[in-house]
Design a protein around this ligand. Sequence first.
Ligand code: BGC
Length: 751
Amino acid sequence: MDGIVREMVRKMTLEEKAGMCSGANWFETKSVERLGIPGIQMFDGPNGLRKNSGKSESDSLGSYRAVESTCFPTGSAMAASWDEELLFKIGQYMGQECLAEQVPLLLGPAVNIKRSPLCGRNFEYLTEDPYLCGKLAAALVKGVQSKGVGACLKHFAANSQEEKRLSVNSVIDERTLREIYLTGFEIAVKESDPWTIMCAYNKVNGKHCSRNEHLLDEILRREWGFKGFVMTDWGAMKDRVDSLRAGLELEMPASGEENDQAIVEAVKRGELEESVLDRAVERILRVVFRARKAADEKAVYDREEHNDFAAMAAAECMVLLKNEKRLLPLKKGARICILGEMAEKTRYQGGGSSHVTTGREGSVLEELGRKGMEFSYARGYSLEGEKDESLLCEAAKLAAESEIAVVVAGLPDSYETESRDRVSMKMPEGHIALITEAAKVNRNVVVVLINGAPVEMDWEMRVCGILEAYLGGQASAKAIADILCGDVNPSGKLAETFPAKLQDNPSYLNYGMDTYEVDYREGIYVGYRYYDKKEMNVRYPFGYGLSYTDFEYGRASVDKKEIREGEEIKISLRIRNAGQVFGKEVVQLYVEPEDSRNRPLRELKGFCKIALKPGEEKEVCFTIGERDLSYYSAELGAWRVKEGKYTLCLGSSSRDIRQRCEIRAVSFEGIPTVICEDTVIGDLLRDERCAGIVEEMLEVYAPEIRKKRDGIFDNMPLRQAKLFSKGSLTWETLQLYIDKLNQATGGRDSF
Ligand code: BGC
């Protein structure tokens, strides 16, 4: 196709080429009729298609009605499934709906890292962990693209807040950027080859993402080999010509003629090489023709089947957080009351550009009724969450008369939407009051939470059961009923930590400050990387989730004990379903470096969801490579493995490690650091390449302190040897030793 595209670009006029680099309207690229170049449409979003009914309606915040389509579980829910196969299928289902609606590009998935629980779009995003993020995003992209529809990874990069999202400058050190905020994109780009990427609105280290050469060119294209095109988020263009140079191809939506004209002028004035424009147009056209090739005018989909799949998917995403007295699943025949208006009007998605028009909405009450469940019901609060004494009294009365009280509560629509962050992690007063009042009169309270991001749960000790249902898409209510009644055994695990309170979150002192500059001061310590390192109490840890059955972890073993550059190690173990019902377990692999002084305690590097019948046992196997042991050295601009011991930890959450195997990383290239007068003697004495040279220098110039081994050298730099030489060691001689040391190590050491 490359030849055809190049030929096409050759035939285009300068004006046509410049025009190709911005939208024709709100959701479509321009066509060039004389050359048979079609415009292509693109629509949101991450958990279902939101195809606007009118072509050029300006609706990036989702306020207009769109064509009806299926709303699948939102990002945070999907991620809690920890199931790549499921995300691949969700992608396929969404892709099929795009085909049926003649939409060749879907604007999702949204994969920004959850830095704070407060980000207004957390419900759209996947997780706080970059590895999990990348793997799940790749699965989703592969699913969508397997249908011949392009996906769009967004928002690149470090768009972890809504406050001042169009102007804010995210100040992040390079290591943190690479290890936390870019790794998810990197994995997804390398593994799933997305057709497009959307840049974020914000700046990163002083430069808007739309013109950030470091991100768009150096990293995305050169290092990761991204082959598609990059578009702006809607209105994120800052300087059209500069962006083109930096590697931003398509400006969305239409910008009027102004920016197209700016490109034409810049080329004419010799300020922009025409080849840069040609390259951008080629990249756009490759996707346009790919889309045309895949278009299927006969494509249809079966709404019922898609709804059934959405229900199945939603049930895979819900997380059972607590189940004392094994109150769940609910026993048939028990006297049950359902409390809380969310049971009647069940919320299932968030607000903004991801909002899907579904045409069908279920409620927990209806779905429980459909199962023949008998129960009484009271509203308990008004939907927006205000406390209402009379509603509360009525609900408390029912709770007192029932054996089990199920309270459906969480966050109302207004709390979770694009373009606004939450101000606290608290649930509305009315919801909290309902839970606490019910718990006063009934000792068997089960709470079903409906929300897209963590909430504070000061009431947690007073209730027996908690099901985190998230925002599970249009068939969410059915999935909740399936789990409450035991027709589905819950198998979701948290893809984010639930801290006890907002103040515990590592970004707390630097988030939501109403400033134009935000320092990512917590660095690499995001989510569990922080809580686990600090050994802090959390409400529920990363990776956590219960089941109606129990799993036993067998002994883990590795295929070898040492790993060298370019090699891999396999670790495996057997998992058994030791309970009475079918269930699924997510086995998680974390890597713990023995020397974790400048690193998180442990980091996720593998996961696998397995299904087991009662009594059944299966083997789970993971492969660990160099990158899984490495950290990003900003000094070198590269990933590096430090030699030494690493523990491979297998478990059921970041805090529930069941099996450990030790391995050693050997023969890895050291970290080159030029040795200078400030290099510490203790470090040199521990390096066999340097020890002899330093010993000799000390012997000659400072024999009195040479013999000392009581830690005196640990923090003493080379230049201090001068002091102890009583003037005999000159700067010149010291420099000779330093040169010798650099020669011995190749200008490198491994400290
Ligand atoms: C959002 C994007 C979305 C775009 C188009 C923007 O406001 O940030 O995620 O794809 O609008 O609707």
